[in-house]
Design a binder for this molecule. Structure first.
Ligand code: CTP
Ligand code: CA
Length: 225
């Protein structure tokens, strides 16, 4: 490096980012899913790579091109996402859970396509809980000082809900978005407040998802010291 040119602040670090939304299959052709596009997680992966990190991007059903220089691990369900994130987190300096993880999955999987039979009423779908990956990683850090970051989309009392969630999850940082009619899902832009377990509150003005990603990495880099 030339004199006076700073080393990128995430050089030598390994970061894990999850992105997209899980799909929980009912049968070979159907699933329960959500509207996450994956754009925020991909922006996090791109910006971390640009800041010198080795990046593992665990991508759940995102129809986006692989970012250059990023190790992409494709997954489908929450259970698969958990496996991939835990395995990559073993030597990670930071884990950022930007993926929308289904809280529940169908209790059973039909190996053959579910058919409508005559004119009978459809059978109800029974759901079971998925593991809480963020809470698990935060509670059982693979290495001391690992920085764990969650995302939350909230309505109504956004900050109070965010504070309570940060505490419940045990993570270091929680990026809280307000969701509404036209906000967040599939959009190119985002607006958020990043809450810290140390009581800090960092507002991020409405703008490109890259800008929010850069703020997240600033806060992560501070905590890595
Ligand atoms: N998350 C996770 N595993 C789950 C559910 C969520 O790791 N089974 C992570 C998400 O990736 C996100 C954070 O937890 O980073 C918050 O997700 P959210 O859905 O807001 O939290 P929940 O605890 O599921 O609360 P809610 O009842 O509001 O959905
Ligand atoms: Ca949830």
């Amino acid at each position: 490096l030339a004199r006076g040119v700073a080393e990128p602040d995430l050089a030598g670090r390994h970061v894990v980012v999850s992105a997209g939304g899980t799909r929980e299959p009912l049968d070979p052709v159907r699933f329960l899913g959500n509207r996450s596009s994956g754009k925020q997680g991909y922006a996090l992966a791109r910006t971390a790579a640009a800041r010198g990190a080795r990046v593992t991007l665990v991508a759940a059903n995102a129809s986006l091109p692989d970012p250059a220089g990023v190790d992409v691990v494709p997954v489908g369900t929450a259970v698969e996402l958990r496996e991939a994130v835990l395995s990559a987190a073993a030597d990670a300096d930071a884990v950022v859970m930007a993926a929308a993880v289904a809280d529940f999955r169908p209790a059973t999987y039909a190996t053959g396509k579910i058919k409508k039979k005559d004119d009978r009423e459809p059978a109800p779908i029974t759901l079971v809980r998925n593991p809480d990956i963020l809470a698990e990683i935060a509670a059982d850090r693979a290495r001391p000082g690992q920085v764990v970051v969650g995302f939350a989309a909230e309505t109504d009392d956004v900050l109070a809900n965010g504070r309570a969630k940060l505490k419940r999850k045990g993570c270091d940082l929680l990026v809280v978005n307000e969701v509404g009619e036209r906000k967040t899902f599939g959009s190119e832009e985002n607006e958020a407040v990043v809450l810290g377990a140390d009581g800090s509150e960092t507002p991020v003005a409405h703008g490109p998802k890259e800008a929010l990603a850069e703020t997240v990495w600033d806060l992560v880099a501070e905590r890595l010291g």
